[in-house]
Design a binder for this molecule. Sequence first.
Ligand code: SIN
Length: 508
Amino acid sequence: MNRRTHHGVLVVGAGLAGLSAALAAAPRKVLVLTDAPLSQGCSSAWAQGGMAAALAEDDSPAAHAADTVAAGAGLVDPVMARLLTEEGPGAVRALAALGAPFDRAADGGFAQSLEAAHSQPRVARVKGDQAGVAIMQAVVAAVLAAPHIAVLTGHRLRGLLQDAGGRVRGVVAEREGVLIEITAAATILATGGIGGLYAVTTTPAELRGEGLGLAALAGAVVADPEFVQFHPTAIDIGRDPAPLATEALRGEGAMLVGADGQRFMARYHPEAELAPRDVVARAIHAERQAGRGAFLDARGAVGPHFPEEFPAVFTACLSGGVDPRVQPIPVAPACHYHMGGIATDADGATSLPGLYAAGECASTGVHGANRLASNSLLEAAVFGARTGRAAANEPDPAPARIVRLVAPDLPDDAIQTLRTAMSRDAGVVRDADGLLRLLEVIDSLEAQHGRAAPLAVARLVATSALARTESRGGHFRADAPETDAVPRRTFVRWSDLLPANAWKYAAE
Ligand code: SIN
């Protein structure tokens, strides 16, 4: 075991949240650890839609907050939504100042596009579907130029370091098969989502909730783990991860049709193609289950302009033998975003001293049961920066005896078994029988391989989904389709899942 002491902030993860935190922690020294090279292995760089923010004169943070709260189906923390939306325009301008080339309107202001469940066009985008990659290029350049930041690539998170008081003192990372203990004044987890726990995901498949799982095993409070968002229109060309057909296409007028070419969304929601994302995902799931198929027909809305207006979607379609200029795009829901995560306050602090979380692995409460489109890059930038500033104030703690919590790795065949079971039993539509079956799969994998972080996350999702005997937002129970009158968030600790309570704890 190698050892290293960092007198400053340690950030694990190099997506938009992690790098925003690193930049904002200046002048405190920051060490960023990432397994993948910069701009790779993170969902941020794959984001197509853009960043939602009230940038137009006829828009307001209050209107954006109201849409965020409405999409979140009763579980959005209104204080967090207000913070996010008030700081949103400044965050977009700050990224533009770093060089993110947002599309501009004729008057020089930000061009705004419409996405589902927004009451008006509000998404700042880059060349149609290039927002994530372009924003990350600008942020990575700023990070590489920042004298207070050092980046170590090729370092995979394997564990957390904790003292007897529960304070997180740093992490255990693995580089080329060698474990390294890195202690720091403050540790920020920005390890992304859990797409890699599902059979089909729109995110990098290596994102398996390691940060969330390790934090939970260390005793951190986890919020709303049962709420997983499935993007309705992943391009169904047999790829894993599945490329996305951005919701902005529907904002431009693309229609959802069956194999017979007939539109079907009006049967499911008055807003049709622009209904909330969970509604559209379930509708597409139902149409496909019924054998009618689901396709996104953008021939009229985009047609010959695909190569310039939506280059990523165009290229992905062509790679699967579909020309979206002249053919409807086959689509299917795929795991896209985890609303749940390590519970944090508005400055990224978790329930464990010394440990912060930002981005998709965190749960600020801003997304509730269903994230509003294009609020995730925004959350990463706004709360990432807030987290970096707060973590920078942590003093170097006094030396102490440190305990190492290293979870076992899960072999590939076990991951595949888990992914299949998660999609089948904790997917777009769930029920008690399926969730109990999933828990049996998790038990069996844990018995064979030990308590790996992805298994811990899967257990949190499954137990919380089982305990939530209602349907709300991204969590739909076929055996409990009604929505409870009184919304309640889930807050859970790993110790709540100990055998005596397993599958039974009360969500609060
Ligand atoms: C999309 O472009 O459809 C995805 C945007 C998002 O997930 O917010």
